[in-house]
Design a protein around this ligand. Structure first.
Ligand code: ATP
Ligand code: MG
Length: 554
C-alpha cells in the first residue's frame, strides 16, 4: 500500500503519504477521540471528516474513542449522541473504544514508571504546583517531594488508590525536567485524586489519569498510525512522545491542524452547555445551535456539512470561517434535491372577481426544475387566494414589478391576474385585493406574447393549510460572540431575534410529509419539516434563505 496516493492534497495527507513511502507505517489507522461531555459540533465535524476521510483515502480505518477521563462531566447520553451524529454524517468506525477501559492498564503503567524512577507522589496542592512550575521566561523549581524513594512512592500511590487521602491532597507526577523550556515537560501530573462517580467505572476509582498520560497510551494500544489533533496540542507532542518512549510502547505520529472557528457562533462545549442548561436555547438540538444535531434539525444535510469541511480545507494557521459559507453549501445541495412548494408566510387575501365561486382547478406544478425525475404535483386554484403581503403595494416605487393597482402579474403555474381594486381598514392597512384573471393565460403563459415582469407564489384560501413556521437568524448578534469586555458574558451577545414563530398558509401537499424532509418554499428559502411535525400540526424550520450572502474572497 506504500504507493497509494490520494487525489486530495494537504499537509496532513502529504505527511501520511510520506510515512507510507518511507516505511514508517505500512497502513493507516486514525481515531476520532471526543470527550463525552457534550454533543458534537461543526468543529468536530471538521475533525471527523479529516480522521475518517484521510483513513479512507489511504485504504485505512478509523476508531471512535471516548476520551473519558473526567468523571464529573461525562455521561452515557453524550456517548450515544456522539455515535448517532457520526453515523448520520455517514462515517463508520472499525472499533469503539473507551479510555476508561484502560484504567487498569494505565495504573499498571504508572507503577512501572515509579519503578523506573520516572514518577513520584507529590504533596503539593494545585496552587503550589502552579507556583513551582515557573513561567515561559523562568524555569520551575523542583518539588520537595521529587526525590522520594521508589518504595515510598509505591506505598503512597497504592494508598492514593485505596482512598487514604482527600481529593487534591496528593498527585502522581512524571519526573522529567522542571527547567524545560516546554512547560508541559515540567513534571506533569499523571494522576489526581477525585471522588466522583464515573459513568462507566462507578466508584471503583478515586484516582483518575490525566489527559496527556491517557491519550497517547490509548493511541498506542489501539495501534493508531496518525494521531491527528488540533494545534493546542502541538506543545504537548514532546510529552506524548516522552511517555511512549520511556515505556517502550509503540509510537503513533501526532500531527496538528488549526481548529475551526465560525462567525456568529461559539464552539466551546462549556459554552454550548451553558446555553442549554440556562435555557437560552431549547436543548442541544435547537436549530440555532452549531451542534451536528442542531444543524440537522435546522435542515442541514450530511452532504452540505461534508462539502463545507472539504472547502475550508486544513491548515496550520488559525482563521475564522464565514458562517455564510456553511449556508452556501447547504443551498447548493438543496437546490439539487429539495422539492419546490408554495407557502405564503405573511398572507394577504386576493379575490379574483371574475373567477367562478366554488370552482377549484388543479394545476400541474413541477417539483424541481433542476431535476425532471422529481416529477410533478397538483396544486389547487380557487377564487380566493393568498399572496405575500409585500407582493402588493398601493403606491409602488418605479421598478416594483409585483402587484399594484392597474398592474398585471403572473401567479406561478396558474394565470395572469390584474389588480382592479383593494380594501383597507381604518388604519390604512390593506385587507384584501381584488383582481381579474385572464382565462387565456392558463398555466401562467400568454399566447399573445404579452409579458409580465412579476411572478408571485400563492395558495388557495379554500384549500391551503395552516403551518407553523419557525424563522431563525444567527444565534448571536456579534460576529465574534466570544469577544466580551471584562466582567461581561458571551450570552450578552445573543441575538434577541434569533427565533420568530409565525403561522403560514401552505399548499395542501405539505399536510403529508415526514419530519426531516427538505423543501424550497418558492422565492423564500429552504425549509425542513421539524421533528415536532405532525399531520395535525405541521411545523417547518427555515434552514437558509434563497439569497446567497456568501462572497468568495470577501
Ligand atoms: P471543548 O474544549 O469545547 O470541550 P474539545 O476540543 O475538548 O472541545 P473534544 O471532545 O476533546 O473537544 O474533541 C474531540 C476531537 O475534536 C479532538 O481531536 C479535537 O481536537 C477536535 N475538535 C474539537 N473542536 C474542534 C474544532 N473547533 N475544529 C476542529 N477540530 C475540533
Ligand atoms: Mg478535549
Amino acid at each position: 500500500m506504500s504507493d497509494v496516493q490520494t487525489e486530495k492534497s494537504d499537509f496532513l495527507r502529504n505527511a501520511v503519504t510520506e510515512d507510507l513511502k518511507n516505511g514508517r507505517f505500512d497502513h493507516v489507522k486514525t481515531r476520532f477521540p471526543p470527550e463525552p461531555n457534550g454533543y458534537l459540533h461543526i468543529g468536530h465535524a471538521k475533525s471527523i471528516c479529516l480522521n475518517f476521510g484521510i483513513a479512507a483515502d489511504f485504504g485505512g480505518v478509523t476508531n471512535l474513542r471516548m476520551d473519558d477521563t473526567n468523571p464529573a462531566k461525562e455521561s452515557m447520553e453524550y456517548v450515544e449522541a456522539i455515535q448517532k451524529d457520526i453515523k448520520w454524517l455517514g462515517f463508520n468506525w472499525v472499533g469503539l473504544y473507551f479510555a476508561s477501559d484502560n484504567y487498569d492498564k494505565l495504573y499498571d503503567l504508572a507503577i512501572q514508571m515509579i519503578k523506573m524512577g520516572k514518577a513520584y507522589v507529590c504533596d503539593l496542592n494545585a496552587d503550589q504546583i502552579r507556583e513551582y512550575r515557573g513561567t515561559l521566561t523562568e524555569p520551575g523549581k523542583n518539588s520537595p517531594y521529587r526525590d522520594r524513594s521508589i518504595e515510598e512512592n509505591l506505598r503512597l500511590f497504592d494508598e492514593m488508590k485505596n482512598g487514604k487521602y482527600a481529593d487534591g491532597e496528593k498527585t502522581l507526577r512524571a519526573k522529567i525536567d522542571m527547567a524545560s523550556p516546554n512547560l508541559n515537560m515540567r513534571d506533569p501530573v499523571l494522576y489526581r485524586i477525585c471522588r466522583a462517580d464515573h459513568y462507566r467505572t462507578g466508584t471503583k476509582w478515586c484516582i483518575y489519569p490525566m489527559y496527556d498520560w491517557t491519550h497517547g497510551t490509548c493511541d498506542s494500544y489501539e495501534g493508531i498510525t496518525h494521531s491527528i489533533c488540533t494545534l493546542e496540542f502541538e506543545d504537548h507532542r514532546p510529552l506524548y512522545e516522552w511517555f511512549l518512549k520511556t515505556l517502550g510502547l509503540y509510537m503513533p505520529r501526532q500531527i496538528e491542524f488549526a481548529r475551526l472557528n465560525l462567525t456568529y457562533t461559539v464552539m466551546s462545549k462549556r459554552k454550548l452547555l451553558k446555553l442549554v442548561k440556562e435555557n437560552y436555547v431549547n436543548g442541544w438540538d435547537d436549530p440555532r445551535m452549531p451542534t451536528i444535531c442542531g444543524l440537522r434539525r435546522r435542515g442541514f444535510t450530511p452532504e452540505a456539512i461534508k462539502d463545507f469541511c472539504a472547502r475550508i480545507g486544513v491548515s496550520k494557521v488559525y482563521s475564522t470561517v464565514d458562517y455564510a459559507l456553511l449556508e452556501h453549501c447547504l443551498r447548493e445541495d438543496l437546490n439539487k434535491r429539495a422539492k419546490r412548494v408554495m407557502v405564503v408566510l405573511d398572507p394577504l387575501k386576493v379575490i379574483i372577481d371574475n373567477y367562478p365561486e366554488n370552482e377549484v382547478e388543479w394545476f400541474d406544478a413541477e417539483n424541481n426544475p433542476e431535476d425532471p425525475a422529481a416529477g410533478t404535483r397538483k396544486i389547487p386554484f380557487s377564487r380566493e387566494l393568498y399572496i405575500e403581503r409585500d407582493d402588493f403595494m398601493i403606491d409602488p416605487p418605479k421598478k416594483y414589478f409585483r402587484l399594484s393597482p392597474g398592474k398585471e402579474i403572473r401567479l406561478k403555474h396558474a394565470y395572469y391576474v390584474k389588480c382592479v381594486d383593494y380594501k383597507t381598514d381604518s388604519d390604512g392597512n390593506v385587507t384584501e385585493v381584488h383582481c381579474t384573471y385572464d382565462p387565456a393565460t392558463k398555466g401562467g403563459w400568454s399566447d399573445d406574447g404579452r409579458m409580465v415582469k412579476g411572478t408571485s407564489h400563492w395558495v388557495s384560501a379554500a384549500k391551503c393549510i395552516d403551518t407553523e413556521v419557525r424563522l431563525y437568524e444567527n444565534l448571536f448578534a456579534k460576529e465574534n460572540p466570544d469577544e466580551v469586555e471584562e466582567g461581561h458574558d458571551f450570552t450578552e451577545n445573543l441575538n434577541p431575534n434569533s427565533l420568530k414563530v409565525i403561522t403560514a398558509k401552505s399548499e395542501p401537499s405539505l399536510a403529508e410529509v415526514k419530519p426531516g424532509e427538505h423543501f424550497q418554499f418558492l422565492r423564500q428559502g429552504y425549509f425542513v419539516a421539524d421533528d415536532d411535525y405532525t399531520a395535525a400540526k405541521p411545523v417547518f424550520n427555515k434552514a437558509v434563505a434563497l439569497k446567497d450572502s456568501w462572497k468568495p474572497n470577501k
